[in-house]
Write a protein that binds this ligand. Structure first.
Ligand SMILES: Nc1nc2c(c(=O)[nH]1)N(C=O)[C@@H](CNc1ccc(C(=O)N[C@@H](CCC(=O)O)C(=O)O)cc1)CN2
Ligand SMILES: Nc1nc2c(ncn2[C@@H]2O[C@H](COP(=O)(O)OP(=O)(O)OP(=O)(O)O)[C@@H](O)[C@H]2O)c(=O)[nH]1
Ligand SMILES: [Mg+2]
Length: 450
């Protein structure tokens, strides 16, 4: 066991709740149980109803104590859970008492980190614990749970197994020089490599789809003052989030709201209508708009079709980052004569033009579908993985190594090396070869008590 200090944290969310849970993990926790309960002992996995007492014997709270004996626990160490009354003061007093008894405050993610270090979970599974807690839609939660149960890791392990089998074949050729390229040919090394590459492509496609669900997309609304950006934000959110008036320059700060479309999180960002102004507050707002635009995945350029593209809009379009995908949105369709509802595209770089009414809600469904199409979402399917950027990079790096491997011709030593590197990349996902600093980064993003 790699850690011995007992750690403690409040595991339930801050604030008031019916019940609050303090979790401890460490070695040999039964003496602590005895002290805390005034002399009782705990049976693994059997709830113990007891007072939790202070050093002078006075009760701090009374509640349920759960004891999980190592190694049959979440962390693989002894684990104790104190289920007390869920008030912030009670919880704090109980936690202080645990610290007094020798525990130290757990760092964010430290329980899960211990579970990883004690081989209860691999790294991809440990990450999915955080993803499950952070999931912002039901689809994301379902996918995170699937990864937690090992679906993603199993795919990676299957790939690694195939790479290992092929490496053994190739390295046997290196060790016995009399076995040469004919030997590899007879064993269909090429076919095996091709098969691995196809499998990897499949996993990558599923991981990329899952990454959309995890990351969501940043959708920025831009356009001249008064075209209806804030109205569109409100319409998409189904709520009065941003102030709407007929005064140009109403929105002075960026306003964000997350919605989910088909399970895909979309961060909708309303901006200050970009215009020249002497107002200091508005200038700062406009600066923030520029920043939001830099970080966006797609821009919706709103225009009032009665005005077309005026100089202001043109300036905004010219100021957008070169590769930022754009949709041209003609708002206020309710004010148009139905006979002139023919949509003319004004902005050449826009990949699509649509007409809608933020006020009446017409055309919102089409807009949402266009956004899903923009991000490449193909719908939730069995087998998608809620991949992190880290996983995508590792999969891509493995794919590159395998592509090199396929190009090695008769240079068997090179082939062996590229296969080895491909395996290293894949192993990084599940954490077999992971630097300590990376572990630090991954677990520090967890919440305390997890
Ligand atoms: N009260 C409570 N609820 C919780 C957790 C917790 O830690 N405490 N969890 C925390 O995330 C999740 C459940 N995860 C858990 C994972 C493993 C074990 C565990 O005891 N594993 C043992 C025994 C397995 C078994 O009996 O089959 C083991 O792996 O050896 C417990 C909880 C969600 N709900
Ligand atoms: N008829 C009609 N009016 C709309 C529509 N969308 C917005 N408006 C009106 O247009 C005016 C400006 O709307 P806002 O949503 O505040 O426009 P904005 O682009 O956010 O403006 P700034 O924040 O000043 O840049 C308001 O009076 C809205 O009611 C629409 O679809 N139809
Ligand atoms: Mg506005």
């Amino acid at each position: 066991m790699s850690e011995t200090v007992t750690i403690a944290a409040i595991a339930t969310a801050p604030g008031r709740g019916g019940v609050g849970v303090i979790r401890l993990s460490g070695q040999n926790l039964l003496p602590l149980v005895a002290t805390l309960t005034g002399g009782k002992t705990a049976t693994p996995r059997l709830a113990l109803y007891s007072d939790f007492v202070a050093a002078d014997g006075t009760p701090i709270d009374n509640g349920l104590l759960l004891y999980f004996a190592a190694p049959a626990s979440f962390t693989g160490e002894d684990v104790i859970e104190l289920q007390g009354h869920g008030g912030p003061v009670v919880m704090q007093m109980l936690l202080s008492r645990c610290l007094e008894l020798g525990a130290r405050m757990a760092e964010p993610g430290e329980f899960t980190k211990r579970a990883f270090l004690n081989n209860k979970l691999d790294l991809a599974q440990a990450e999915s614990v955080a993803d499950l807690i952070d999931a912002s839609s039901q689809s994301a939660a379902r996918m995170a749970l699937r990864s937690l149960k090992g679906a993603f890791s199993n795919h990676i392990h299957a790939l690694v197994d195939d790479v290992i089998t092929l490496r053994m074949l190739v390295e046997a050729t290196l060790d016995f020089p009399e076995e040469d390229i004919d030997f590899l040919e007879a064993a269909d090394a090429k076919g095996k490599l091709q098969h691995i590459r196809e499998q990897l492509d499949g996993v990558m496609a599923q991981a990329q789809q899952g990454a959309i669900l995890r990351e969501g997309m940043q959708v920025v609304l831009v356009g001249a003052p008064n075209v209806g950006k804030s109205s569109l934000l409100n319409a998409l959110a189904g709520d009065d989030i941003a102030i709407v008036t007929d005064i140009a320059g109403t929105t002075r700060d960026t306003v964000r709201e997350m919605i989910t479309v088909d399970g895909v999180p979309m961060h909708i960002i309303d901006t200050a209508g970009l215009r020249d102004t002497d107002d200091v507050v508005e200038q700062i707002g406009i600066e923030r708009s520029h920043k939001a635009v830099q970080q966006a995945d797609v821009a919706l350029i709103l225009i009032d079709p009665r005005e077309g593209v005026n100089a202001r809009t043109q300036e905004i379009v010219d100021g957008l980052p070169e590769h930022l995908p754009c949709l041209e949105i003609h708002n206020k369709s309710d004010l148009l004569d139905a006979t002139v509802l023919q949509t003319q595209q004004y902005i050449a770089r826009a990949s699509d033009v649509m007409t809608l009414s933020a006020k009446k809600g017409d055309g919102l469904h089409q807009l949402k579908q266009a956004l899903l199409k923009q991000v490449g979402w193909q719908g939730e399917a069995e087998g998608l993985f809620l991949a992190r950027t880290r996983h995508l990079h590792a999969l891509q790096a493995a794919a590159v190594e395998l592509a090199y491997a396929a190009d090695c011709g008769e240079a068997i030593d090179l082939l062996a090396e590229h296969l080895r590197l491909a395996q290293v990349c894949l192993n990084e996902i599940t954490g077999e070869f992971t630097a300590d600093d990376l572990l630090g980064v991954i677990f520090s993003r967890f919440c305390i008590g997890k």
